[in-house]
Design a protein around this ligand. Sequence first.
Ligand code: ATR
Length: 271
Amino acid sequence: MSDRYAVIGNPISHSKSPLIHAAFARQTGHDLAYEALLAPLEGFVQAVEAFRAAGGRGVNVTVPFKQEAFRYATELTDRARLAQAVNTLRFNGEQVLGDNTDGAGLVRDITQNLGFAIQGKDVLLMGAGGAARGVLLPLLSCGPNSLTLANRTPHKAEALAQQFAAYGKVQASDYPGLAGGRFDLVINATSSSLNDELPPLPPRILAPGALAYDMMYGKGLTPFLAFAETNHATHLADGLGMLVEQAAESFYVWRGVRPETQPVIEMLRKV
Ligand code: ATR
């Protein structure tokens, strides 16, 4: 029987993870089945327990269960502990390893796929929710020249900056406070694109050669990427590459093999 994996969320029908992991399995010759599981909003733990009881080896966890998955794990990687969120669970008997591969996926997409070095750059990260928290440590590990964390509600950015102070210099800001700044890399980790909104960014904050990266993806440009295009960003990227890279990192956690991501990213662009 194939080894069983799944992605658990609510909603889940839109998830591309089954498609991505099926492609990874074909490519690496691993015999596994990967399904999408819809858990009731109050039923995450029951859904995971049932999947484990049926022989499941691991799950990806998505909205809104990443904090619950963090609490469910019996062991955590450093990056998951700092993110306070888990997107990957690996089951081994009674042991449940919790990991967070989102930040590694983002960094890998930017540095490997897009060929953009983060080291020495001035980086602006927008948002102070779970998505921003999940990518802070991997971003700081790249050694940027500066990392500015901007949020609509400034005290959340300040609190997050303080929590990560031990891992690198993070300065918190509100949006008006960004005026006059120049950034080489601007990452949108807010949920604004979901509502077709744009964080209130001042104009002219993109340095020559800048990369604008939206962690969301969809048809066409997100409002942030449209702003970046108008404001002369040199490179634009949505979060599809990150999605595939975080999946590849999860596959590695489960299977010990790192699949090739480029063909899978190309396949998804065509779908
Ligand atoms: P997630 O887990 O996706 O990060 P979240 O924890 O609800 O979701 O956080 C959403 C983030 O997007 C927050 O930083 C939020 O800003 P506030 O803390 O001020 O609410 C940010 N956000 C959402 N819509 C936004 C918008 N239109 N402009 C700017 N920031 C926005």
